[in-house]
Write a protein that binds this ligand. Structure first.
Ligand code: FAD
Length: 317
C-alpha cells in the first residue's frame, strides 16, 4: 500500500515507522532481523531501507595501499523484498542520484515494480567522504528533482527509451527529503524550501525530514512549507542520541543544532548507557509533543539498533 494511503487509512492517528541501514557487505541479515523483530509489535505500516553510495576503501596489497571504489552496504532492494515477505510490511527503498546512471535507476525501479514495492524515497545522496561537494555520476542525476521526474515518468509509462501503454504495473508513491534546519548546502531555508516545492510540483507525495532535536524548528518548517503551498504530508524524522560522540558528530554530519539542555544532559552522563537513556527520554518528549500536534507518522532513525526505538515506541504506541 502507498504511504499516503496508510496515512489516509489511519484517519488522524499517528503511525509508527522506522529506517534501517543494510548490514556491511558479507555480514548476515540475521542481526537486522533480531533488531526488527522487537519493533514489529508496534505495527509499523512501512520500514525504510537506506542506500549507500560507493566510497573509496583502502586495502593493503604487497606492502602497497590499494584504493578501490565499492559500496560497503549494498542490498537495499534485496532487504526490502526480504522484509516485505517476512513481516508482511511495506518497505521503502531509498533511491539515490549519486552512484547510479539513469538506466541503472530505471532497472532498479522495474525490479521494484515486479516486487510490488509501491513506495520509494527519492534522494540526491551526499558527497563522497573525500569530496567537498556532491559530484553527479556520469549519466546520472544532479538533483533529487530530476530523480522525482524520472520516477513520475515511469508512473506514466514513459521509460527512458520506450513508452509503454497501460503497463498494468502499479505507480510509485514518492517520498522526498526536507530539512527543518535547511540543507547544509542551501544558502537559506527559504531557498531550500523553494527546491522542496519543486520536488512536490514534479510529483513528490510526502516529505520525511532530516533529524531535529528542537520541535519548534519542525513546527516553523511545516508552517513555512504550508505558506509556500506545500500541502503534502510532512513526516518528522527522529533520532535518539545514543553515544556521547553524537554531540560532535550529528551537528557536523547533518548540519543541525542541538539544544543546550540536551547537550548538558548528555555531558553529565557517566557512560553511554546513561547517554542512551537521556536520548530515549528526549525522543519520547519530542514524540509526544509532535503526536499532540497531529503529525501523520513518527519516523525513527534506528541505525539498525532497536532497543532505544523500542523503549520510545512502548511509551507511545
Ligand atoms: P536535493 O533535493 O537535490 O537538494 C540538495 C541541495 O541542492 C539542497 O541544498 C537544495 O536546496 C539544492 N538544490 C536542489 N535543487 C537545486 C537546483 N535545481 N539548483 C540549485 N540547487 C538545488 N543519503 C544517502 O546517501 N542514503 C540514504 O539512504 C539517505 N536517506 C535519507 C533519508 C532522509 C529522510 C533524509 C532527510 C536524508 C537522507 N539522505 C540519504 C541524505 C541525503 O541524500 C542528503 O541530505 C543529500 O545531501 C541531499 O539529498 P536531497 O534529496 O535532499 O537533495
Amino acid at each position: 500500500m502507498k504511504i499516503t494511503d496508510h496515512i489516509k487509512k489511519a484517519n488522524g492517528e499517528t503511525l509508527f515507522s522506522f529506517e534501517i541501514v543494510p548490514p556491511v557487505k558479507g555480514k548476515s541479515i540475521q542481526e537486522l532481523y533480531n533488531n526488527i523483530d522487537p519493533l514489529m509489535e508496534f505495527k509499523p505500516p512501512f520500514i525504510d531501507v537506506t542506500t549507500s553510495r560507493e566510497e573509496y576503501v583502502y586495502k593493503e596489497k604487497g606492502g602497497l595501499l590499494e584504493k578501490k571504489m565499492t559500496r560497503t552496504r549494498p542490498g537495499t532492494l534485496g532487504i526490502c523484498a526480504s522484509l516485505k515477505h517476512k513481516y508482511d510490511v511495506d518497505t521503502v527503498p531509498h533511491v539515490l542520484c549519486g552512484g547510479f546512471t539513469k538506466e541503472e535507476t530505471e532497472y532498479l525501479l522495474v525490479d521494484c515494480q515486479y516486487l510490488e514495492i509501491e513506495n520509494v524515497m527519492a534522494l540526491r545522496g551526499d558527497a563522497r567522504k573525500e569530496e567537498k561537494y556532491f559530484t553527479p555520476t556520469k549519466g546520472g542525476h544532479r538533483y533529487a528533482t530530476e530523480l522525482v521526474e524520472q520516477i513520475q515518468n515511469i508512473n506514466q509509462g514513459n521509460y527512458l527509451h520506450d513508452t509503454i501503454e497501460s503497463s498494468g504495473l502499479g505507480s510509485f508513491c514518492i517520498g522526498v527529503a526536507g530539512y527543518p534546519e535547511k540543507h547544509m548546502e542551501a544558502p537559506s531555508l527559504q531557498s531550500d524550501l523553494k527546491r522542496l516545492k519543486q520536488k512536490v510540483e514534479l510529483g513528490a507525495d510526502y516529505v520525511v525530514t532530516q533529524m531535529f532535536f528542537d520541535n519548534q524548528k519542525f513546527f516553523d518548517f511545516v508552517g513555512a512549507a504550508r505558506e509556500m503551498g506545500i500541502d503534502i504530508p510532512i513526516i518528522p524524522g527522529i533520532k535518539p542520541i545514543a553515544v556521547k560522540r553524537h554531540l560532535q558528530l550529528l551537528p557536523h554530519v547533518f548540519s543541525i543544532d542541538l539544544p543546550q539542555d540536551l547537550i548538558d544532559a548528555v555531558e553529565a552522563c557517566q557512560d553511554n548507557k546513561a547517554v542512551r537513556q537521556v536520548g530515549v527520554e528526549w525522543a519520547i518528549q519530542q514524540s509526544k509533543e509532535l503526536r499532540e500536534a497531529g503529525v501523520p507518522v513518527l519516523h525513527y532513525y534506528s541505525m539498525g539498533k532497536s532497543d532505544n526505538v523500542k523503549a520510545i515506541a512502548k511509551e507511545l504506541f
